[in-house]
Design a protein around this ligand. Sequence first.
Ligand code: ZN
Length: 123
Amino acid sequence: MSVMQYPSNLLKPVLDYLKKLEADLLKRKKSIDREDPFADSSRLNDNASDDTEAAEQDGHARAEALSAETKLALAKVRSAMERVDKGEYGKCVKCGQMVDTDRLGIDPTAELCLTCAKAQAGK
Ligand SMILES: [Zn+2]
């Protein structure tokens, strides 16, 4: 049996989708960073009340969590794009088996086949 490859006629739309996803995530990250109260350098000079201070702490924590989440999603998208480049897209990064196309249809950045994903989840 020859080495299996993700059908090349399906790679183009996948890559287009990944590029769009990357652009969306970058946009999202920018707006999150902008909303982070700590990103506003003018606050260093203000005499904010304790209430404002607490609200800013909250906003900062939320922005940071969202930003980390977005960064993680970006890394996944970029690693999927890299696999498209290398002709390894659609292969499980752990065992090298083809990832189920249904699975990739739901999450085009999926790195693991169902078996490995289950093993990783400890089930
Ligand atoms: Zn696997």
